[in-house]
Each structure stands twice: as structure tokens, then as C-alpha cells.
Design a protein. Sequence first.
Length: 343
Amino acid sequence: MTNPQTQMRREVLEIPVAVERLLKNGRDEIARASDALRSQNPAYLVSVARGSSDHVATYLKYASELLLGTPIASIGPSIASIYGKRLNLEGSACLSVSQSGKSPDIVEMARMARSGGALSIAMTNDPTSPLAQVADHTLNLHAGPELSVAATKTFVNSAVVGIWLLAEWAEDDALRRSIQNLPSKLQQAVQIDWPEARAAIGNRNSIFCLGRGPAYAVSNEAALKFKETCQLHAESYSSAEVLHGPVSIVDGGFPVVALAARDEAEQALATVADEMAFKGAKVFATSGKVAQATQLQTVRTDHPLTDPIALIASFYAMVERVAASRGINPDAPRHLKKVTETV
């Protein structure tokens, strides 16, 4: 991994530096936004996002509910942009996530949330973007330019800025320490690319990604990246759901990647991973609790809530190599462009 060949690989390897830059430069914005949350003490939060950014929002939903007991509900941007409806969000806070900050539907929904009474916090890599203009507080991702179509370091920095905001709001010292230690953990994580999983994927045309709790969010992101960069049909499921019907399409050698953080959900996910392996699937899990599935090398952070961030960094390193092995340029996936401005 010392000779990057694609822009995506270069940006994956930049993840530790990008996070370090965020931690160095983002403190004042985080302090102001967390003070505002603490002062308002919202009964609930809403999120506004699409694509990879929506997977960040899912991660923050679990984190907020586990850390603070404050629920986060996802709002469909079309409620404002297409249907022109107004929601009563008095006493809430709105987290809008967009790397570019330019998508009209995200901007319109964030504007509506603020006018509906929500404290509006935008997370974007462009602090001068239209999204930033309609927010009470803007958290700059400080990820630097991201040229590859596939979001990698902007996803990670969005997750870091969001969990950092929640940690400061909760005044959780253990989580704060783990966040500050992330650059060194991520430096290790981007050096892992799971060759055993890559070999099993081979020329298969379908794959399952599994997660549970906060790791379910990065399972969603993993499935999207398989589609974007590898032209591989991938579906993400909670390990609590996959045996309820989807498992029926599993045949011998069907590849499954199970992403587990070191938390209370790890054993439950490992049990499902083993059950799918027993049914003939080729299952790879980021857990030492599996018996039938193959354990993947994993970098653990200093807190269960930051483990998913290291998991996705290793996944990005792996999926770029899968794309390359299929002769696909992950920097310019067919039919896609860097910024999708949905109305």
C-alpha cells in the first residue's frame, strides 16, 4: 500500500491527516455548536442527508441514542423541496450533512427546519456553501479537496465531526479521548485491505454487508461503495433482519462482509455471521467472536462508538483494490459525478 495508483487510494491514505486537520482546526466551531445544543436541550434531533452523508446520519442516530438518550429521526428532503410542506420542529435540532453543501433539496429542507423552529447545524466540506448559509452553526469538515467521485475522507470526517459534536454535548471524557486518538488508529486502519475477503469476492456479482447498531451505518456505506466503485450488486442488512428473508438467496460461496464494533451488538452479529457461514456463505467478520466465519484483521479504537470509523477506513482500502482487480476505475464510476444536485 505504499504506491498509490488511483486518486481514491491516495485519498484513503490521506484519511488520518484529514482527521488530524479537523481535530486541530474544528474545535471552536464544535464548542459553539455543542454549547447551543446544551443550552437548547432538544427533546429530539432530525437529520437531513442523502447517499454517503445519510449513512453518517444513521451512525449519528445510533450514537446520539446510545450516548445521550436523544433520538434522531431522518427527514426526507422532498418534504420541503418537492411537496413544499412545512414541519413543526419547535424545540428540536436539525443536523444536515452534505460534503458539497450544494444539493438544492438538502438546502431547502435545512432552511425549512430552521424556519420551523429547529436549531440548525450544517456539516459540510464547504463552509461558504448554500447549506452553510441557511444554518445557525456550520461545522467545516476540513477534509481538503476530494477529487475521486467516491467519497472516502469526507465520509470519515463527517462521522468524526458528528461524533465529536455529540461527545462535547454529552461532556463524555472517554469518548473525547478516543476521538483525539483517532489519527493514529486510522493510520493503522488504512494499511489493512482484507486480501482474504477480496479473494472470496472474486468475480461474484452479488454480496451482503451486515452490521448492527452504529456499525450498521458503515455496512450501508460499504454496500454503496461496492455498487459505486465495483459495479457489484451489494445489499446492506442489520444482522437482526438478514435471516428473515434475504438469506434465501445465499448459495455456496456467497460472499458476506460482517462489520462489527466492539460493543454489546458484537456477539449477536457474530452469531448470525456463523449461521450464514454454516449455510454455505463465505463470511468475513471484523470480530474475534466468530467460529465458522473468517475473522478479518481489525483496528480497534479506544471507544465502541468510534470503532465504526476505523472499520470503514479499512473497508475503503479494500474496496479500491476490488475495483482495480475488476478493471474498473474507482475515480470515475460510470453514470456518476462528484456532486449530485437533487431537487
